[in-house]
Design a protein around this ligand. Structure first.
Ligand SMILES: [Ca+2]
Length: 270
């Protein structure tokens, strides 16, 4: 499987405090130089059975320590010595240490459990020609998108979207998890509202869940987010309506116009 580059650290050292009068000396003072965060590469972020996670920071005498429970790593955390086989979902965090340089910032990557295997996915509206991803299967391919909305792993829309998912059989589903991007600098906002219906015959649908998502505030960072909609119902067909924000708020250059929303994966959790 093609590797997904999660985080890139192209510059090895950063954070130099350079004094006007002694630039060279200051640059060489090790206490003023920090390691960059380790680069993380994961084979896949939605785990069907196992994923492989590699961390690297190619610099002499660097030690990388990590945690797999969402806590911040320190020098007492397990040391990274080679690719990790990831079988459980959760947040993996890495931090680099060096005998003479400042330790790095923390790199993190989040793994998700794959849901019920979908037999067929269809979209009742047109796929947007600008951001089609890899077609409608983008939403159920166990691949998460990167920080780049144009990486081909995201589907982007400037209107409401209705998705139908057919399961192989009637399945008990506990929740629906939808991955989306928040990047207001690119006019990409959170979906405003998501509604889920279930049916046994693809005719009569019953609403089983609905969530409204708070609109971004000025200054919010770009982020990859997930929304979970509890359903706790059995069904063979699921219909999901994802509504975009119809009026961008006043603080934004696009005020009053409708927003884009970007989706990378829908997981029906058993
Ligand atoms: Ca995907």
């Amino acid at each position: 499987m093609k590797n997904l580059v999660v985080l890139l650290g192209l510059i090895l050292i950063s954070g130099c405090k350079i004094d006007k009068d002694s630039k060279v000396n200051k640059y060489l003072q090790s206490e003023a130089v920090a390691l960059v965060a380790p680069t993380l590469v994961a084979s896949n972020l939605v785990i069907d059975s196992v994923a492989t996670l590699k961390a690297s920071l190619p610099y002499p005498d660097v030690e990388i320590h990590y945690t797999s429970d969402g806590t911040a790593p320190d020098e007492t955390s397990p040391e990274y010595t080679g690719p990790i086989k990831v079988t459980n979902p959760g947040v993996y965090s890495f931090k680099a240490y060096h005998p003479f340089l400042q330790s790095s910032e923390i790199s993190t990557v989040t793994f998700y459990k794959s849901g019920i295997k979908v037999r067929e996915v269809s979209m009742l509206n047109e796929i947007n020609a600008k951001y089609p991803g890899n077609g409608v299967n983008t939403l159920i391919d166990n691949q998460k998108g990167s920080n780049s909305y144009s990486d081909g792993r995201w589907m982007g829309f400037d209107e409401d979207v209705v998705v139908e998912l057919e399961m192989p059989s009637e399945n008990k589903a506990t929740k629906v998890i939808i991955g989306y991007m928040s990047a207001t600098g690119a006019w990409i906002f959170s979906p405003a509202k998501i509604t889920v219906w279930v049916s046994d015959d693809k005719q009569d649908y019953t609403q089983v869940g609905m969530v409204e998502i708070e609109t971004e505030k000025k200054g919010d960072d770009t982020a990859l987010k997930n929304v979970e909609i509890p359903i706790n119902r059995t069904g063979k067909y699921f219909k999901i309506k994802i509504e975009n924000l119809k009026e961008i708020p006043q603080w934004h250059d696009g005020k009053g116009t409708s927003a884009w929303h970007f989706i990378d994966e829908i997981i029906i959790d058993e």
